[in-house]
Design a binder for this molecule. Sequence first.
Ligand SMILES: [Zn+2]
Length: 237
Amino acid sequence: MRDPGREVVAIVLSVSAYADDDRILKLLTPTEGKIGAFQRLGRRKPAGLDVGVRARLHLRHGRDGGLDTLVDVKVEDPRIHLRSGYGRLALSQYGCELVGALSREAHAEPKQFGLLDTWLVLLDALRADPSVSLAAALELKALTFAGVGPALDRCGACGGPVEPVMHLEPAGGGAVHARCGGGVVVAETVLAELERLRRTPLRELVDGVVSPLVGEVAAGLVRAQLGRELASRELLG
Ligand SMILES: [Zn+2]
């Protein structure tokens, strides 16, 4: 019997060319986490599925357990303004790569999906490029939703309260007292700012100022967690 397929809502994380005219899409869905799909283009024009676009997709299982094949597309949010500023475009690409890297396959990821969707909606709505350091808020939220968020409002080792000078071991669970562990010295004020970014909704942060130092600390937490620098991070300058 022919597979009737299924409908999923998805955000396009990446697009790569395959063979002559076909493409492989990496997608983030709330219901199935990260998935891949094969888009046969043939002589038809691409259906506007660029990175960051949210669409309702009709997928059919691939043969022999291969990639699902895309059979129909309804674009829900084309995010047409993302490409009107270099900063917005770079931040949108980075958001897709970051949240994709911290999302699982074959598991529902409604929080990561909602986070990335909000990020892209906000960037699309802006008239000017935001501060690059705004990415710190996205990084902290994505790490937290992935279950690897750092301790910022207490000592990650003993659970005691934050003191004026703490140490931060990016791969080791967050901030710790000097007597409880090692890492780079970090001021209580920086930890408080990181915690504020983690807890405040993205839309309330867009017009604010994030210090470059706080941005660097958050980026370091992502690098330590993933064990590598994400390719699109370089685009942020
Ligand atoms: Zn401690």
